[in-house]
Design a protein around this ligand. Structure first.
Ligand code: ADP
Ligand code: ZN
Ligand code: ZN
Length: 701
């Protein structure tokens, strides 16, 4: 470290790396090099302050340790790509635009351009690009207007105008107020609250009031959400309350937007950040509150590389930072609920719907001996018909996209499998394709059995496309709107697709889990679950929990407005205890049952768990690596299961196996994992053999 540089941990430095230079981060200073090691000198530092301030740095070091992931990768995850590449930590100034023409100059169908021009005309001093984008317009629209000479660049004039003028929301109901009063404010230091609020109980409204009341003008707050693109209404609601203070963080931001938001946070601007998982790693300096919405959602857990849980890191961060964290959900994870029962978290219950809405009624419809029309029973179709006739909307939940999960030959029994995975191909009729949902393989669909050429080659089971077709045929005068990964990818955004639904006119929504997430459709009064049985008999110990959460979340889309809602669940196991309890609609009662099962099996959250996974060109190689690990892992206090092939043993031609470690004591497990990882790091493995570690795994198959 050259004398003229006063370096601190978390600071970016340019260092010699081989014959080139690279961007690095200072981890520690004042360390004596080991004997016989000669050190090269740091070249320079791009800024005299640490890109990662002390608290963020400590958080990342902890996470590296806890998740057994290399520190360097953890630290760099917290930097925006521009800073990783060594670019200066400064923003290009925002260009300001103002109107230079009249909306009448535009053609009648240029609605968005007209809207933008009108918006600018209401702001004579102009607005910076960031505010224009925040108001819901695109850069492309600015460019087009510029080409038509209808807008012009102008000088920045002080503070950017708010994208929308703040409007106060409804006052909290007595139940909401009572819940809000139980949540400690930032002055009380660390606290963790689990807000159990049934669907439609007004949790979002409660967050807004809490932040309005508790945050002073200098504080920062973080609101984690599972997926922003699925719920843009939520961001809009926050903007109506807080205007400019709201900034967002998600994977669709470009590098410039990322850097700009990152700098605001690092500079301590009093922002309220709404972001997905990785937002929890950002360099806040005045963080006073963390909210984790839909805390049960599995997308908080990163599935590859640095496999952290955004929710769990959020709780640790609140602890480091001595501020409150609020975990909100209508279907809390068993982990969080267990923490609430054991007194680690405060349990706050909000069990009334907001406004005049009532919780929906749920009933099971046994379909064992009923004739089905594309998976839908007569009574189900009648219920949909009645709902539409009353001028309301129905939502049909199918848990698989595509047309049918499999194509089968009724002569020879052949089913088409993925050549690269141990799975079957899903038939997508819209594109006449057979696709693997586990790798990117696809092939053209055929009309005959590829094996025996029989014409009795037919789709089996239900996918969203097939249900859409059946419903369109049954209800020819009603729009059917499909929402799944395929339809949202094609049409660009979920907003466009949902336009029809938002008019409130009778229609049928068909879709996957995507529909379960936080949407507010006031005119949906009927929810149909086509088949509830998928998770009932899975070998994954988390499957029943996830099934219940999904079913209650989809059910929660019914009856959010004035009219009562009803949920029809089709099943072949109407006497299954889980489904019977579901009809009572009391999540915590179900959660108690599920926790009892977890306890008797000694599964998380009653013990800590980690999984070593191996993948190689052959199963033998994968298993062999884990076999060498097993005796080293089998030490006092650790229970080891496996090694066993993964549930989908071959995926994209890689053969996967796993070794599960369980322990009563987290610290002990962490020590053993550290030791095992070190050991693996030092081994020279055959090429193509890879291992990874997953601490607190969400997927255990
Ligand atoms: P959640 O996040 O629990 O699903 P929301 O906050 O989205 O619930 O509220 C559900 C619906 O109830 C929304 O349409 C919201 O505007 C409305 N709402 C929430 N709180 C109130 C209130 N105090 N008075 C009237 N309407 C409310
Ligand atoms: Zn055949
Ligand atoms: Zn495949």
């Amino acid at each position: 470290m050259p004398d003229h540089l006063a370096l601190q941990p978390g600071q970016r430095v340019s260092i010699p790396f081989g014959r080139q230079s690279a961007m690095g981060l200072v981890v520690e200073t004042g360390v004596e090099p080991p004997a016989g090691i000669e050190l090269k000198s740091v070249y320079s530092t791009p800024e005299p302050w640490p890109a990662l301030p002390p608290e963020t740095f400590r958080l990342l070091s902890w996470a590296s340790d806890y998740y057994q992931h290399p520190l360097g990768e953890c630290l760099f995850t917290a930097l925006p790509p521009a800073l990783r590449r060594g670019r200066p930590a400064a923003e290009k100034p925002d260009t300001w635009w103002r109107a230079a023409g009249l909306p009448e100059a535009l053609s009648a169908n240029a609605h968005r351009q007209k809207a933008l021009l009108t918006w600018l005309r209401e702001r004579p001093a102009g607005a910076p690009v960031s505010a224009i984008v925040a108001a819901g317009f695109t850069r492309e629209q600015i460019r087009t207007l510029h080409q038509k000479a209808l807008v012009e660049e102008c000088a920045a004039s002080g503070k950017a105008p708010d994208p929308a003028s703040p409007t106060p929301g409804p006052t909290l109901s007595p139940a909401q107020q009572a819940a809000a009063d139980q949540i400690p404010g930032p002055d009380g230091g660390f606290s963790a609250s689990l807000l159990f609020g049934i669907t439609g109980s007004g949790k979002t409204e409660l967050y807004l009031h809490y932040l309005k009341q508790q945050l002073d003008d200098t504080s920062q707050a973080l609101v984690l959400v599972p997926e922003i693109n699925l719920t843009p209404q939520m961001v809009a609601r926050f903007r109506r309350y807080f205007g400019h203070r709201i900034v967002v963080w998600h994977s669709a931001l470009n590098d410039g937007e990322r850097l700009s938001t990152w700098l605001k946070i690092r500079n301590g601007e009093p922002v309220i950040l709404i972001g997905t998982r990785s937002a929890v790693l950002l360099p806040f300096t005045h963080l006073k509150t963390i909210i984790v919405d839909e805390e049960h959602d599995s997308s908080y857990k990163q599935g590859e590389g640095f496999r952290y849980s955004g929710r769990d890191v959020a709780v640790y961060r609140a602890h480091l930072n001595q501020c409150p964290v609020i975990l909100g959900s209508a279907t809390p994870s068993l982990e969080s609920y267990h923490n609430a029962l054991s007194g680690k978290y405060r349990l706050i219950r909000l069990e009334e719907r907001a406004g005049n809405a009532r919780p929906p009624t749920i009933s099971l419809l046994d379909i064992r001996s009923r004739p089905l029309e594309g998976g839908l029973s007569r009574p189900t179709l009648q219920a949909i018909e009645k709902c539409l006739a009353a001028g309301q909307q129905a939502l049909v939940f199918v848990n698989r996209r595509g047309f049918a999960p499999v194509m089968m030959c009724f002569d020879c029994g052949h089913m088409v499998e993925c050549p690269r995975c141990d799975t079957r191909l899903t038939y997508h009729r819209r594109d006449r394709a057979m696709r693997c949902h586990h790798c990117d393989y696809q092939t053209a669909a055929t009309e005959h059995c590829p094996k025996c050429q029989s014409e009795a080659f037919k789709p089996v089971g239900q996918g969203t496309e097939r249900t859409e077709d059946i419903l369109a045929a049954q209800f020819p005068d009603t729009p059917v709107v499909r929402v799944d990964r395929d339809s949202t990818q094609r049409k660009g955004s979920i907003q466009g697709i949902l336009k029809k639904v938002n008019t409130g006119e009778p229609c049928i929504l068909v879709g996957t889990q995507m529909l379960a997430k936080g949407h507010d459709f006031p005119n949906v009064t009927l929810v149909v679950v086509v088949n509830a049985d998928g998770g009932l008999f899975s070998i994954d110990f988390r499957a029943p929990e996830q099934l219940i959460q999904t079913l209650l979340q989809v059910s929660g889309r019914a009856g959010r407005g004035e009219k009562p809602g009803h949920v029809l669940v089709q099943t072949c196991h109407s006497d299954h205890p889980i489904l019977k309890s579901l009809c009572q609609g009391h999540y915590l009662t179900l959660a108690d049952q599920l926790l009892a099962e977890r306890e008797s099996g000694q599964f998380p959250p009653f013990r800590a768990m980690a999984i070593f996974r191996a993948e190689a060109d052959t199963m033998a190689n994968s298993l062999a690596l884990l076999d060498t690990l097993k005796p080293k892992a089998s030490v006092t206090g650790i229970e080891v299961w496996g090694p066993l092939p993964a549930l989908i043993a071959r995926r994209a031609d890689r053969h996967r196996a796993q070794l599960v470690l369980c322990c009563d004591n987290r610290k002990r497990l962490n020590q053993v994992l550290a030791h095992l990882c070190q050991d693996l790091d030092q081994q020279k493995l055959p090429s193509g053999l890879k291992w990874m570690i997953d601490v607190d795994p969400q997927e255990t198959g």
